[in-house]
Design a protein. Structure first.
Ligand code: TXA
Ligand code: MG
Length: 531
């Protein structure tokens, strides 16, 4: 199918759009929130085509767009009285209201539900197209399902060219995130999706409203979604997105310490510190962040980076909508760098005595985290498993879990594969480490310590306040390894020789602890005096 490109500045183009809609076709239209993929809401066959073009799950209901209040009574069982003050204050505009539906609404619009979602957009072109069509228009966002919503005509063309009848260019969407969705079918009314109209604004009309748990958190397995759209991973670029909480200083240090090319999605004026950066609005200004968010998420893939770290907005006002979209694009991965205790990174050659040092620090109130345990946990994460299976082959999964020996065999045979393994597992280890550090804070520990053989090869240094290496003479280490692991001198030497030399560790560490049998307590004081 050839997609007709129409321009909203030409009135006959709007008439053409309306005609296509009247004939059961699909037209992408501009609205003030995001572009919508419209069809005649009263024509079930036309509505079904929307799901096919977008690749949208069938159970995800659509919003019906009207251009006047008179169009609403035929769509609903009864008009909820509270609609009028809402309409008075927020319509036309970025608010969608859910009410019990009438039989005139085809099942395809809101499958298996007894409700319908209605919105009166403020974008003049959207209103004119609805008026000219003479019917209400069902329209989800005009993106391929799962991708960030489109805020300019080029986004629509990227996703849907050749799959829909026409697209109307009406410029860049001013709000930038989809409408606020509130249902009047519950008591009290419930916010299902935050958007351009804030919770505070809604409550000024409706009184206290409930907030669906899906707004801020991932639904638990089997939990029913009040708004089906909220249960899907959404708004996601191909790159692995992580939301980063905390000050810009912490964010900057964290990003600059990343081992693999990462894209910094940050606020205005912050991008100049990074090689790959996209700015998406002003800090503390939810409206400007909302405006730039989806464009930024689409640009992430153009940077070619495998991962993106996004500065976290303030989670209130319009920022709530920004955060709600971001955590979905990040599959709910959030790292909170707001850490109030010192974090010690501990490493060293095998047999040097890292465990002895961490044991002594634990006796002095330090919370010790073993990176090996986190690495094992990281490869239990289904998302990590599927990324590894995609690269190393499905047969590294046996009975749903990873065959770690086979993975190691394949990865260690070649440097590029090793790099790929680290790039997939290390960021997850870092995320888990931050979670542990927050547990340490809560437990009242005076510091946290991360014991990691590959500290300097991973991005764990990004979260360390300072680093420590333990050193010991080669002969001492050899004896310790043989005794500790009950292995021969030859095997112990093989392990030792596989590691980097002592100078490497000394050159990178802030503190060097000499563990050759002297006064270790004295050495440890070097660390304790820094926390
Ligand atoms: O700003 C917007 O709302 C844009 C523009 C085009 O108007 N539209 C939009 O539609 O975002 P869509 O389909 O991408 O998102 C609609 C959301 C989904 O999360 C869906 O599950 C929810 O609204 N929804 C629609 N009807 C519903 C209903 N009857 N009950 C519960 N949730 C409903
Ligand atoms: Mg959508």
């Amino acid at each position: 199918m050839k997609t007709l490109k129409l321009n909203s500045k030409i009135h006959t183009d709007l008439e053409t759009a309306a005609e296509i809609l009247g004939n059961g076709g699909l037209v992408a239209i501009p609205t003030e929130t995001v572009y919508g993929l419209a069809a005649n809401a009263l024509d079930a066959e036309a509505v079904k085509k929307i799901f096919v073009a977008k690749g949208r799950p069938n159970d995800n209901p659509l919003i019906v767009h009207v251009s006047s209040l008179e169009e609403i009574p035929p769509l609903v069982e009864t008009v909820d009285e509270r609609l009028y003050p809402l309409a008075e204050k927020f319509w036309p505009g970025p608010l969608t209201v859910i009410m019990k539906k009438s039989p005139a609404v085809p099942d395809a619009v809101s499958p298996n539900l007894d409700t319908v979602a209605i919105r009166m957009p403020s974008h003049p072109d959207a209103r004119e197209i609805i008026r000219l069509s003479g019917v209400p228009l069902a329209a989800p966002s005009a993106n391929a399902s799962g991708k960030p919503s489109p805020t300019s005509v080029s986004h629509v063309v990227d996703d849907l060219d050749g799959k829909i009848d026409a697209v109307v260019d009406g410029g860049i969407c001013s709000v930038g995130v989809e409408s606020t969705v509130v249902t009047l079918a519950t008591e009290p009314p419930t916010l299902l999706r935050p958007g351009g109209v804030t919770v505070e604004e809604l409550e000024s009309v409706l009184g206290k409203i409930a907030i669906s748990p899906a707004v801020l958190e991932k639904l638990k397995d089997g939990e029913k979604a009040e708004s089906p759209g909220m249960k899907y991973k959404h708004y996601a670029p191909k790159a692995r997105v992580t939301v980063v909480k905390g000050s810009f200083e912490k964010y900057k240090k964290f990003l600059l310490a990343q081992k693999e090319a990462a894209c910094a999605v940050c606020f205005e004026g912050e991008g100049r510190y990074f090689e790959n950066a996209i700015e998406y609005g002003k800090e503390n200004d939810g409206a400007s962040q909302a405006h730039g968010l989806f464009e930024a998420l689409r640009e992430v893939d153009e940077s070619g980076c495998g991962s993106a770290f996004v500065r976290c907005p303030m989670i209130d006002g319009v920022g709530l909508a920004v955060y709600n979209r971001l955590i979905r694009s990040a599959a709910f991965r959030v790292i909170d760098l707001d850490i109030s205790i010192p974090v010690i990174g501990l490493t060293g050659q095998t047999g040097a005595g890292k465990s002895t040092v961490s044991g002594l620090l634990a006796e002095n109130g330090v919370y010790c985290i073993d990176a090996d345990i986190l690495a094992r946990k990281a490869v239990e994460n289904p998302e990590v498993i599927s990324a590894l299976a995609e690269y190393f082959g499905n047969d590294i999964i046996v009975d749903g879990s990873l065959d770690r020996h086979e993975l190691a065999r394949r990865a260690f045979s070649d440097a590029e594969k090793q790099r790929m393994l680290n790039a997939t597992v290390h960021p997850e280890v870092t995320r888990l480490a931050v979670e542990e550090i927050h547990k340490a804070e809560k437990s009242g520990a005076n510091a946290a310590l991360i014991d990691a053989a590959l500290l300097f090869e991973s991005d764990l240094t990004a979260i360390c306040s300072f680093t420590v290496t333990v050193i010991a003479e080669k002969e001492t280490r050899l004896e310790r390894i043989m005794k500790r692991d009950s292995i021969s001198r030859e095997d112990a030497l093989i392990r030792m020789n596989a590691q980097k030399d002592e100078e490497y560790y000394i050159g990178k560490a802030d503190i060097v602890i000499n563990n050759n049998g002297g006064n270790l307590a004295e050495e440890i004081r070097k660390i304790l005096s820094k926390i």
